[in-house]
Design a protein around this ligand. Sequence first.
Ligand SMILES: Cc1ncc(COP(=O)(O)O)c(C=O)c1O
Length: 397
Amino acid sequence: MTDTAKFKALAIDITTRVHGTLGASDGFIPLHEPEFLGEEEALVLDCIRTGWVSSVGPYVDRFEAEVSAACGTGHGVAVVNGTAALEVALRVVGVMPGDEVLMPSLTFIATANAAHHLGAVPHFVDAEARTLGLDPVALRAHLDRIADRRDGVTVNALTGRRLAAVVPMHVFGHPVDMDALAEVARDFDIALVEDAAESLGSRAGDRSCGSLGRVAALSFNGNKILTTGGGGAVVTDDPDLASRAKHLTTTAKVPHKWAFYHDEIGYNYRMPNLNAALGVAQLAQLGIRLTQKRALAQRYIDSFVGSEGVAVFVERPGTTANYWLNTLVLSPEMAAARDTVLDVLEAAGLMARPVWEPLHTLAIYADCPRADLPVTADLAARIVNVPSSAKLAGNRA
Ligand SMILES: Cc1ncc(COP(=O)(O)O)c(C=O)c1O
């Protein structure tokens, strides 16, 4: 068989198995759709009827309390989106213009953009095939090579810039090895900030993603496991970081009955009450949603038993994934089949996507410092995400 014929055969086999997983459909199946099964309409209507649609209101307070409870953290601050949450999380741990922020190259663009918007420089480190996320062994080896202690701070000896933070990201809801990463961060005295945008509800042991670093950022964009339309949250156990995040995101206004006194240059990153109302209704469904997502993932796993040239990415022992996106990983010899697989799935009405272009390969971040990234390059060529909406689990969940 020629390579082209082999790739086509694999693509057809994958498409048949995805169809088998999802059952009959009369139209195009999107990658991830929101689902509104609870009080969404009633709570949004309540905002409209009471006039509390904007930047303050009771649903913002409730959403903040409930999102932090869902993550097992003491505090939550609701913001306009996950990118803003990440920017503020980095800012409150002390990232300054001219610092470097260590992060995976295999992540969504927002991780790097958040650092850039603070005037900091992304610094890319390799992923590991075991978690798809930041590799603690590669991180330590890289820091052993380049990190230096100068005047009580950790700097990149090659650039002279401070290494201010490290930002692991739980790819598609699969928890990274945070314990090992925390040990490296501690040994090198670098702040640990979690990009938990994709991992609401995922756990490492009995600890929730969002509670595994000093501070974390969540996203409630329309494509996430729960949505506020657009939105994000900063969650942390540290009351000082939380109140600083709240202050900065609400224009740094000093509370007063009537005076407009702002004690630093803040942001207007407040989540409107309207969006928070949607969020409160959605958070009440987190348990159901996780059951549905995990049931769908199990169906994919069952459908791909015995497949050759491709495997479903399965949660690591000791972790519980929210399976935000179901992920197929092609075998190394089938890496060149990826685009054929994407084309055949799409032609069959099944929305499929590759993983992001590794950020160091984008012209905008090509000049950033980086470690060797062999696993990133390898994984990026072999990942295909397939339809993952919770409702696809149907009532069999
Ligand atoms: C890994 C990651 N980080 C950050 C974000 C940013 O979230 P938002 O789109 O809400 O700004 C997202 C999602 O979009 C994401 O997937």
